[in-house]
Design a binder for this molecule. Structure first.
Ligand code: THG
Length: 367
C-alpha cells in the first residue's frame, strides 16, 4: 500500500471541502490539481445528468488571463480561429496549436473586454506557453492565472436551478455567452457552457474563499429538482462526441484529425502560431480522422487506462483512445483515431489485453 504524500503540487479546488462532504470517492490530477472522479454511484450520476441536474467541481479548468494593450492580438496569435467577430461577453471553443500544427490545448476563450481575455484550459501548461510567445513577439500583455474556478451545473433541469438562483434572464443567455454577476457577495461569471451535451451553465467563481458558499447556494436551490453531485461524465461525453484533449489526442494530433477543423480559419494572419503548418496539412490531407468504434459483445469492458491498437486485415490502422460502456446503447463504445483509409461501417479488430475483439467503425457523435 502507498499513499499520495502531502504536497502543494496537487492543489485543491475551492469546492474541495464541499465535494468531500458530498462523499467524493476518487480524484485524478489535472492542471496540477485534484479533479473529482465520482461519488460512489456511477449509474445514478449518469441518469441524473441525463434526466435531472448535476453539480460538478471543475475548478481544475484553470484560467489563463491575458490583460493589456496587446491582449486581443496575443489571443489571436495563439488561436487559429478567426476571433475578429468575437464580442465582449462571448466565448469561443478554440484549438491552440504549436508550430507544427499539433493541438496543445482546446480551451474555451472568453472575451471579457478588448483588453482582457481568459483561456479556460484543458490539462496542459498554457501559462508558460503564452508567456513565451508574448515575450518572443515583444507584446504588451500581462499573463496570470487568476483566482477563478468554474462550477458546472449540467443537465436538462440546470436552467431551472440557475434561474432560481440568478433570475429568469439566464434563460435568454446564448450558448457560450456569459455575464458578470454576484450572489450573496460572491463575484462570478455566469456562462452557458459545460462539458456535456445535456445543457447547462458554468459559474466561474472569482473568490476562492467562497467555494463552499457557492456550492451550498446552488445545492439548496436545486433541491426541488433533486440536484446531486457529479463530475465530467465519461460515458455521456463519449456518447455525445466531446473531445478530451490529452486523452483522445497524442503528441502529433492536428485539429483536422479530431473534428476541430471547423474551428480553424486558414485565412487568419500569418503570425498565428502553427497556421503555416495547418495550411500545409489541410492541403496534403490529414493522415488520420476520428470515428466512433462499437465493440461486439454485451458485457461491460473495464475502463481504459491506455490506448488500444485497432487492426484491419492483421495490420494496425489506428488506436482506440477512450472507451466506455454506453448505458443508452448497451454496448462498449469509444473513439478511434484512425487512418483516413478507414470509413464508418467497416469492420475492425481491437487488440485488448491479449484478446482480439471484433468491432465496427461508426460516425460521431453517437447521439
Ligand atoms: N468548460 C470550461 N473550461 C474547459 C472545459 C469546459 N476547459 C477544459 C475543457 N473543458 C476544454 N475542452 C472542451 C471541449 C469541448 C467543449 C468545451 C470545452 C464543447 N464542445 C462542443 C462540441 O464539441 O460539440 C461545442 C463547441 C462549439 O460548437 O463551439 O463544449 O467544458 N469552462
Amino acid at each position: 500500500m502507498f499513499e499520495i504524500s502531502p504536497t502543494t503540487r496537487l492543489r485543491r479546488s475551492p469546492f474541495f471541502e464541499a465535494t468531500v462532504k458530498e462523499g467524493v470517492t476518487g480524484f485524478y490530477p489535472y492542471n496540477q490539481m485534484l479533479m473529482p472522479t465520482g461519488f460512489g454511484d456511477p449509474e445514478a450520476e449518469y441518469w441524473r445528468l441525463l434526466n435531472g441536474v448535476s453539480l460538478w467541481d471543475v475548478g481544475v479548468e484553470r484560467q489563463v488571463e491575458l490583460t493589456g494593450r496587446d491582449a486581443a492580438r496575443l489571443a489571436q496569435i495563439l488561436s487559429p480561429r478567426d476571433l475578429t467577430k468575437c464580442a465582449e461577453g462571448q466565448g469561443k471553443y478554440v484549438a491552440l496549436c504549436n508550430h507544427a500544427g499539433t493541438v496543445i490545448n482546446d480551451p474555451i476563450l472568453l472575451k471579457l473586454d478588448d483588453r482582457r481575455f481568459w483561456f479556460s484550459i484543458a490539462d496542459s501548461n498554457i501559462l508558460f506557453w503564452s508567456r513565451a510567445i508574448a515575450a518572443e513577439r515583444g507584446l504588451d500583455v500581462t499573463i496570470v492565472e487568476p483566482d477563478v474556478s468554474p462550477l458546472a451545473v449540467q443537465g436538462p433541469k440546470a436552467e431551472d436551478v440557475v434561474a432560481a438562483v440568478f433570475g429568469d434572464w439566464v434563460r435568454e443567455l446564448k450558448y457560450f455567452w456569459f455575464r458578470e454577476v454576484e450572489i450573496e457577495g460572491i463575484p462570478l461569471m455566469l456562462a452557458r457552457s459545460g462539458w456535456s451535451k445535456q445543457g447547462g451553465f458554468e459559474l466561474y467563481l472569482m473568490d476562492g474563499t467562497r467555494g463552499t458558499d457557492l456550492w451550498n447556494i446552488v445545492r439548496e436551490a436545486g433541491s426541488p429538482w433533486d440536484i446531486g453531485p457529479g463530475n465530467p461524465n465519461s460515458c455521456e461525453r463519449i456518447e455525445s462526441g466531446l473531445l478530451s484533449w490529452g486523452g483522445d489526442t497524442d503528441d502529433g494530433t492536428n485539429p483536422f484529425e479530431v473534428r476541430m477543423g471547423r474551428y480553424v480559419d486558414l485565412d487568419v494572419p500569418d503570425d498565428v502560431v502553427g497556421i503555416g503548418a495547418l495550411r500545409r496539412i489541410k492541403a496534403e490531407g490529414p493522415a488520420r480522422h476520428q470515428l466512433g468504434i462499437v465493440l461486439d459483445g454485451d458485457a461491460p469492458q473495464p475502463s481504459h487506462a491506455t490506448w488500444y491498437d485497432i487492426l484491419q486485415n492483421g495490420r494496425k490502422v489506428g488506436d482506440m483512445t477512450n472507451g466506455v460502456w454506453s448505458r443508452r446503447l448497451e454496448r462498449n463504445i469509444g473513439f478511434a483515431l484512425i487512418s483516413q483509409a478507414c470509413s464508418p461501417g467497416e469492420s475492425v479488430e481491437l487488440a485488448k489485453d491479449g484478446n482480439q475483439i471484433s468491432a465496427k467503425l461508426t460516425d460521431l457523435p453517437y447521439f
